[in-house]
Design a protein around this ligand. Sequence first.
Ligand code: ZN
Length: 478
Amino acid sequence: MRTHLLIPSLLLLGSLSMATACSSGSSGTAGGTATAAPGSSATASPVRSVDPSKIKGLQIVSDNSEDTSCAWATSYPDVPGATAATEAMKKDVEARLALFRESCADAADASGAELNISHGFLVASGDVLGVRLTTLGGGGVGSGLSRRTYWYDGRAGAYRTALDLVGSGSRSAFVAALKSRLQGREGTDAQTLDQAFADPSLLAGELDDMAFTADGGLRVTFDPGTVGAVPAGSYSVTVPKKTVTPWLSDFGARAQRQSVSPSGSLDLGAAATPTPAVPTHTASGDDDTDCAKVTCVALTFDDGPSTAYTATLLTYLAQYQARATFFTVGQNVVAHPALVRAEVRAGHEVGNHSYSHPDLTRLNSEQVAYQLSRTSAAIKAATGTAPTLFRPPYGALNSTVRRATRLSPVLWTLDTEDWKYPDAAKVAQSVVSKVKRNDVVLMHDIHPTSVAAVPEILRALSAREYHFVTVSHLRSTM
Ligand code: ZN
């Protein structure tokens, strides 16, 4: 399997100001080609990242609100065979989302609240899968930044927690090693550490983020507030290979091996790894529609690509020779580059919708630039062409965001609110009854009902002699 040396945590937001360590002074760089993880020393070996497009049958499960007053975006992977790990992630994501939505509903003025759960792969090789979910915000319990790793043991057919990487008889030695490495770091002290590890029954929750570095060390990252004061941020400790190896469980030893030298392919013993067909429609040359002379509309689809629905949507659009614009999310592009290629081949435009769908107006300019440049790079890698347009998640735009990128922002003139109403007839009706010439229509291709609405939209508007063009085409000819 092709691997890159990248820092998974940096895939989320670039250099997270919240996560920079008090302990080392190293902060992530916006470039993303690697430096130490937050809280670790700058010379530490990085954790390898995985090319998710090589994981057969992978589906990214994502769901987003598009409402700035209760802004949330969640995603986690569904890997064939790893059902128990997928279930564990699903349960955690749904619980956090339910709590967040409750807090939104309770708050008189919820504006300012945001929940963002993104994913990254640690290992996907041999019989070992390791995934990290990173949660930002959320309000209430667990507010702030939190990371958790989820493991799947294909040989045993079982879900494993991070703590399961360490043999049960070696955990006290392991904890002692962590404590001695945390001693003396700024923002923590012996008393705080003794208290943090006093209750063994809490250990699995405290040590819930572990990953092997490329040189075989085991890196533990503690969420803010776990082993030091919250303002001190995350702490990261790496126990070197030589020290940690005798303490690993059988699964931990296999996970270490697959992290250091990935075997090339993932086999979790799935009964079937469905590989969904990628449409092969090709556009017939350049679009010569003149929107100054005929009635045009730009349909736009955000948040994909999605293995479950994007291919169907492409088929519908091809039936009407309709062109559209896809504002894709980077973490989905790297998982499904073939779908993004199919969009371009069929004559559609691909735009940038950030890497993990945060509200960009809450980030600093370096973080905004990272979210957008990483996604543009993924689109270019998939299609050969970098995008020129971006749509900010939640339509949230300010001067910092504008200045952080050369991409041209695109909002919309007709909002279907399709994410809120999972009803194809209602979505179709909202377009058919309200559309005007040169509208930019907002929809999302991660919802089955939104895609199911498209044939009726295409049929009804074609009958009224609308022409379906891309956003760039509309801008250049209207
Ligand atoms: Zn969106």
